[in-house]
Design a protein around this ligand. Structure first.
Ligand code: SF4
Length: 371
């Protein structure tokens, strides 16, 4: 495989960004070369996202744009969440694709590539499994200052709109000693700004080591300049976390706490597991303990059966809480999710109007915030 050129295009969230970095590290260790131009590549990989239809459409058109260069046709690999969501359906829809590899199988990607190149067969790797932990220790970092460090894979929350548990599998936590070893490895290379990453970091547990203890242990690593974490969940985020943030200078004073909706009726239909009242109490606690702590959130507008009244509740919650940043999305029905069975009854123009109104409000709030 020596010198085969690989082009990898990443789509989606921070978890995918870290997965793409891991894949690059693994392939470099196997002797592959990384190139920035797909036209110059022997192998083209798309690390895909399934969180919204739009993200998937970009991949299908990306595959379509790969010109068939006859005998020199590049090996095409679809990895990530779309690979797990559609598995061999991808080969039917895009026969030019050679490899389909789900997120839990990226530790076998080099084997799949070897097999695809040798056999010219289409290879599917989409088992539900835990990755080998050594994939996180290649020492390859794209960014020479900041790195994401995965602490948990998958999720057990089954929010009714979310595809993650179906594409990244059930929640499993990495061994805390291996996480700390990975951070030490990064810091020794000068990558001293670390973000701990999980779909729901609040639920991290490795024996008696919960998230707050892991954060404390990581914060004590010599040479670490900055430590942050993503994503917390309102249903199991604890006051202890806020206290450790306030007491520990190296921990960034920022919290990403997705609310998703300001209506309890919608939160129930989303299976989020908390109420607006509980969320606001948590925000007050956070702001009471973490001085000048930044707060950001995620919001979905246009969830099935969301009425104008429900939306007004979301709008007034945003006006009341005054987030530093809010990532606002229009609801997009996802295959396999519980909500895929609900009628997507909020009209696109209504979703668009609500999205625009909330974005405008958040822009005004972000502008008015000066620390
Ligand atoms: S917490 Fe909910 S929204 Fe977040 S990854 Fe898990 S199922 Fe998806």
């Amino acid at each position: 495989m020596k010198d085969k050129k690989v082009f990898l295009k990443n789509f989606g969230c921070q978890m995918n960004a870290r997965d793409s970095e891991v894949v690059k590290g693994l392939l470099l260790a196997e002797g592959y070369k990384l190139v920035d131009d797909a036209k110059a590549a022997d192998i083209i990989l798309f690390n895909t996202c399934s969180v919204r239809q739009h993200a998937e459409d970009r991949v299908w058109s990306g595959i379509g744009n790969i010109k068939d260069q006859g005998p020199k046709k590049p090996i095409i690999g679809i990895i990530g969440c779309m690979a797990q969501n559609y598995k061999k359906e991808i080969f039917k829809r895009a026969p030019a694709v050679d490899i389909v590899c789900g997120p839990s199988n990226i530790d076998n990607l080099a084997l799949y590539l070897e097999e695809a190149i040798r056999s010219k067969e289409q290879i599917l790797g989409a088992d539900e499994k835990t990755r080998r932990d050594d994939i996180y220790h290649t020492g390859f970092y794209e960014d020479k200052v900041h790195a994401y460090v995965v602490i948990s894979e998958g999720c057990d929350n089954f929010c009714s709109y979310c595809v993650v548990p179906y594409v990244r599998g059930r929640l499993r936590h990495r061994d805390h000693a291996k996480i700390l070893k990975e951070i030490k490895g990064a810091v020794s290379q000068g990558v001293a700004d670390i973000t701990l990453l999980g779909q729901n970091v609040s639920s991290y547990a490795d024996g008696s080591v919960d998230f707050t203890r892991l954060l404390k242990m990581a914060s004590e690593i010599p040479g670490l300049k900055s430590l942050s974490f993503l994503t917390s969940h309102p249903k199991n985020t604890k006051q202890e976390l806020f206290k450790i943030m306030a007491q520990t200078p190296v921990i960034k004073k920022q919290l990403h706490l997705p609310i998703q909706s300001g209506s309890d009726k919608v939160l129930k239909a989303m299976n989020r597991g908390y109420t607006v009242k509980k969320y606001i109490e948590m925000v007050d606690q956070y702001r009471g303990i973490v001085y000048n702590g930044k707060l950001s959130t995620d919001i979905i507008v246009g969830f099935p059966k969301e009425t104008e009244k429900d939306f007004e509740k979301t709008f007034s919650l945003v006006r009341e809480v005054k987030f530093d940043a809010a990532y606002i999305f229009k609801y997009s029905s996802r295959p396999n999710t519980k909500a895929a069975g609900y009628e997507d009854d909020v009209l696109p123009e209504i979703k668009q109007r609500r999205h625009a109104e909330l974005l405008k409000l958040q822009k005004e709030i972000s502008r008015s915030k000066t620390y």
